[in-house]
Design a protein around this ligand. Structure first.
Ligand code: S3P
Length: 183
């Protein structure tokens, strides 16, 4: 899409890439509501991400995640949405993200960079088993093509960390500027 058309800004990327923090700042700069999909999941389904994985497995969680994404994209007011890292796994979600009304930004980072910053957390059951770096490497390799397929814009997270003292603020400013709305 053309980023300035006033529709949703959707952040995609691996766990630990900074989607939530950056998304919250983008929303603040643009004066839009911010939605973190993992938080919205709890409000929408009355269960945590971890509970959905435990009760219904990853497939069960992915079905609900897809339902939620569809609902969020249907919201008429322009939102800033931070998705869960695995949202690109389902083809139906990739199709929704290809909607010309949605400006998709990939926060990309190499697995080694992510491993140095990503923490296991209750809402990240995929990180609970096995070596963190190995899991992130596998997920990154599986998903990178899908992330690139849906992205209208790609920010290299490590470059922002290398060059500035407030990398997340700088990423948010870059995205907000691309959207081209009054700040
Ligand atoms: C997931 C990422 C998580 C959460 C769930 C699955 C993934 O979100 O949706 O644990 O498959 O990468 P964050 O990317 O916000 O941590």
């Amino acid at each position: 899409m053309t980023p300035g058309s006033g529709r949703h800004v959707v952040l995609v990327g691996m766990m630990g890439s900074g989607k939530t923090t950056v998304g919250r700042r983008v929303a603040k700069v643009l004066g839009r509501p911010f939605v973190d999909a993992d938080e919205a999941f709890i409000a929408r389904f009355g269960r945590t991400v971890a509970a959905a994985f435990a009760d219904d497995g990853e497939d069960g969680f992915r079905a609900l995640e897809a339902e939620l994404l569809a609902e969020l994209i249907d919201v008429p007011d322009p939102l800033v949405i931070a998705t869960g890292g695995g949202v690109v796994v389902r083809e139906e979600n990739r199709k929704r993200l290809a909607d010309p009304d949605v400006f998709v930004v990939l926060l990309h980072a190499e697995p080694a960079f992510l491993a140095s910053r990503t923490t296991e957390a209750a809402h990240r059951p995929l990180l609970a088993d096995g070596d963190l770096a190995a899991v992130l490497q596998r997920l990154h390799d599986e998903r990178i093509g899908w992330y690139q397929e849906v992205a209208d814009e790609v920010l290299e997270v490590a470059s922002f960390h290398e060059w500035g003292s407030s990398p997340k603020r700088a990423m948010a400013a870059r995205i907000a500027a691309r959207v081209g709305e009054p700040t």
